[in-house]
Design a protein around this ligand. Structure first.
Ligand code: 5GP
Ligand code: ZN
Length: 114
């Protein structure tokens, strides 16, 4: 997807504060952080959202969560707690149509989310 902002970050065409990269996954700091730690974990391959994932993507979905979990631990959040969020579609407020896991932490979180 040539004009997808997260594809462009994954390709390195746009700068982002990267915190993790391998062949399949990139993670970087959110440009508009909603918590002291706010990172986004994305697949390099374009996938519009969790709803578009199929059975071939199961391992990739697991890896997105694993990378997010490991980054949380790296940030010292594993004892304090943190939140992983995937927004899907309009009513959830998804604004970038390239699947991403939000890692949020470093402050108390309320429930339910707004
Ligand atoms: P969504 O609302 O789709 O779940 O989350 C999209 C997130 O991507 C938002 O939190 C937004 O701040 C972040 N974002 C959008 N464009 C960019 C960008 O160019 N760079 C970075 N680092 N984050 C972005
Ligand atoms: Zn994309």
């Amino acid at each position: 997807m040539a004009d997808c902002i997260f594809c462009r970050i994954a390709r390195g065409d746009i700068d982002a504060a990267e915190v993790y990269r391998d062949d399949e996954i990139v993670a970087f700091r959110d440009i508009n952080p909603q918590a002291p730690v706010h990172m986004l974990v994305i697949p390099v391959a374009h996938l519009t959202g969790i709803a578009a994932a199929d059975d071939d993507d199961i391992a990739l979905l697991g890896k997105l969560l694993k990378v997010a979990r490991d980054l949380a631990a790296e940030q010292g959040l594993d004892k304090r707690g943190y939140r992983l969020v995937i927004n899907q579609g309009l009513e959830a407020g998804q604004s970038v149509d390239h699947i991403h896991v939000h890692l949020l932490g470093g402050r108390p979180m309320r429930w339910p989310p707004g």
